[in-house]
Design a protein. Structure first.
Length: 277
């Protein structure tokens, strides 16, 4: 049998492992995606079959490769100011939080960006904070998490190719990005004053968030679509307990909490709030 063949039983084992570890639901329609993405891992590691590869990643010796496997199967489509209406909405929400003083966390404003991918979303949040709050935004803390070490490495570098920053207005680009020169021509790097607002960390959303994740705003957009209803409900409940009173949860425009058990108050499509009481 060629290594490139992924049998149904092998796919089922890999799918269950991924689901148990990080909640991602790899249904039958994802079989070819799994085969393509893990096929490279088999070639690089000289594994003879998906069964041999599965056995390896489930041993202590294969723990690093297990993380790489999860990285390979994670979807990381993102861009600056994606679903722009959310950032416009923040312009009315953030000043209310800062002025009310309801935040129990140490920073004046604390945001958790869950599923931050390669960093475009948390940096978009940081830009919004600085543009709206000016120097007052320096007291803001943005925790940006992802399960993928690969995308976090990219995010922490803060370096993006020209095609990645096309959605950013020119004046914003000048204020918050450094232009590459010489061998770095065509690259743009987030300026230090913006990068210092963001704390990147590896975190599995299936785990219980630490107390320091307590926030005023949680962005978890276009992430829950990869989870089944039971996993979504558990995650939303954890988010609820990670928000200060009066805090907001933003999900993707294609996502909704409809059909899930939760204590959030619906504000408008894709925006929910924890009661301020």
């Amino acid at each position: 049998m060629s290594y490139s063949e992924l049998r149904d039983k092998e796919f089922e084992k890999i799918s269950k492992l991924v689901y148990d570890l990080c909640g991602i639901n790899l249904h039958d329609g994802k079989k070819e995606l799994v085969k393509a993405r893990l096929g490279k891992r088999l070639r690089d590691g000289k594994f003879k079959s998906f069964t041999e590869y599965f056995r390896y990643v489930t041993t202590p010796e294969g723990s690093d490769e297990l993380i790489t496997m999860i990285d390979s199967l994670s979807t990381n489509l993102t861009y600056f100011f994606r679903e722009e209406k959310h950032f416009q909405r923040l312009k009315s929400i953030m000043p209310q939080i800062v002025q009310s003083g309801n935040s129990r966390s140490a920073p004046r404003l604390k945001i958790w960006c869950a599923g931050c991918s390669t960093g475009e979303e948390p940096y978009s949040l940081a830009i919004t904070v600085r543009e709206l709050l000016g120097n007052d935004g320096a007291g803001t803390k943005i925790i940006a998490t992802d399960i993928s070490t690969r995308v976090l490495k990219k995010a922490m570098s803060g370096i993006y190719a020209e095609e990645k920053i096309k959605s950013i207005p020119k004046d914003i680009l000048r204020r918050y990005f450094q232009y590459g020169t010489g061998t770095s021509a065509g690259l743009f790097r987030v300026k230090p004053e913006l990068r210092q607002l963001v704390d990147f960390r590896r975190f599995n959303l299936m785990e219980q968030p630490p107390a320091e994740f307590l926030s005023d705003i949680i962005f978890c957009r276009n992430v829950m679509i990869y989870f089944d209803k039971a996993t979504q409900s558990s995650l939303v409940n954890r988010f609820f307990h990670c928000l200060n009173k009066g805090g907001y949860l933003f999900v993707g425009h294609s996502e909704s909490l409809t059909g899930l058990q939760h204590d959030f108050t619906y504000i408008e499509p894709s925006i929910y709030r924890k009661a301020n009481k």
